[in-house]
Design a binder for this molecule. Structure first.
Ligand SMILES: [Mn+2]
Length: 358
């Protein structure tokens, strides 16, 4: 039996501008996730590590990122196979001119590699070379007992034509195809050939499945590959929100402070959340989603606030607010057909006077 680790889309060296002050901490998280791929591989007795493209975020990442990747791979001492992705294409890949450790097999072109000590044969299908993939994705009847492929590109999806066709996988006769490009894990098994996008080992963009994982694959001759998923990333949804969407009923709150307090308690520096505010906001002060997001953002990795609540009716509290309301009522009685408009104008005036934003 052959047991191996499959990851892709590590994106080492990514800047993470959208994370603001948390960007450099998240770059460190990416490094830890990459190291975790190897520690998990070792802990589970893997004989091989596959990295299906986009190991680096760009061909021009700083030299320290390249040195880090090479050192991590060398230290792990496991045979490791890397192909270029669309972010780190073959012609300008950082590994091209680097001195590679002996356990690293960098396959820059479409082709085959045989690792005799493992009885395994590997087909490389790097990004940008899709015209050669259909013929390359084939079992060699005279080849090694176990045969697998690494491919970096998109399957057909809504609005995307796709660089790979599922039919190529089905017709390949290979034991496993390790896909890279999509950042959430997804299965594309066709017929006898088990096929997965491993997903990125840490969050690259918030819209991917969290926590990020890697694939652990067991391959036995004549049997379908068995795949399990091991966590590698630290970015995660709140405990109470398995899909990342935290629904919060604002009705019981009498001020924004109490709401902020309760929401803050659910956040950590690793939290990624969409907070959906529902119910009726009954407090005197306006509830402003943008202000709320500004306050909560430094308390987590990333969040979005979705205002889906209804605002309760505001009643005048000061002589000036009284005057505004009476004015609107006077207009309303003169033009009853526009009553709704005047009422809305009066409510909006009170909202803005109390510091609300549009
Ligand atoms: Mn990618």
């Amino acid at each position: 039996m052959l047991r191996f680790a499959h990851t892709a889309d590590v994106h080492l060296g990514r800047a993470f501008g959208y994370l603001g002050d948390s960007a450099s901490a998240h770059q460190e998280r990416l490094k830890r996730a990459f190291q975790r791929v190897f520690t998990q591989a070792q802990a589970h007795g893997c004989a091989l590590v596959l990295i299906a493209g986009d190991l680096f975020d760009s061909p021009s990442v700083g030299r320290e990122w390249v040195a880090f990747a090479l050192q991590t791979i060398a230290d792990a001492r496991l045979p490791t196979v890397v192909i270029p992705g669309n972010h780190d294409p073959a012609e300008r890949h950082p590994f091209r001119d680097a001195a590679l450790p002996s356990n690293l097999h960098f396959l820059a072109e479409t082709g085959r590699l045989r690792l005799p000590t493992l009885d395994v044969e590997i087909v490389a299908c790097p990004a940008g070379d899709a015209v050669r993939w259909e013929t390359a994705l084939r079992r060699d009847p005279h080849g090694a007992p176990l045969q697998l492929a690494l491919t970096h590109g998109s399957m057909p999806a809504a609005g995307i034509q796709g660089a790979i066709q599922p039919a190529w996988i089905g017709a390949s006769g290979l034991d496993y195809v390790a896909l890279g490009d999509w950042h959430s894990p997804q299965e594309w098994t066709q017929g006898q050939t088990v096929c997965w996008y491993s997903g990125a080992p840490e969050m690259i963009l918030p819209r991917q499945r969290l926590p990020a994982t890697m694939c652990l694959v067991d391959l036995q001759q004549g049997q379908p590959a068995r795949v399990s998923h091991l966590p590698t990333g630290e970015a995660r949804y709140p405990d109470s929100a398995p899909d990342g969407i935290l629904t919060c009923d604002v009705s019981p709150y009498r001020d924004a402070q109490g709401l902020l307090h309760d929401l803050s308690a659910m956040l950590t520096p690793e939290t990624v959340a969409t907070i959906r505010l529902v119910g009726r906001w009954n407090a005197d002060e306006p509830l402003d989603a943008a202000t709320l997001a500004e306050y909560l953002q430094p308390r987590c990795l990333w969040l979005e606030v979705q205002p889906a609540y209804q605002a309760g009716e505001l009643t005048p509290r000061t002589p000036f607010e009284d005057l505004l309301t009476q004015l609107a009522q006077a207009y309303e009685s003169r033009a009853p057909q526009d009553a709704a408009l005047y009422r809305e104008a009066a409510q909006l005036s009170l909202y803005l006077l109390r510091g609300g934003r549009l």
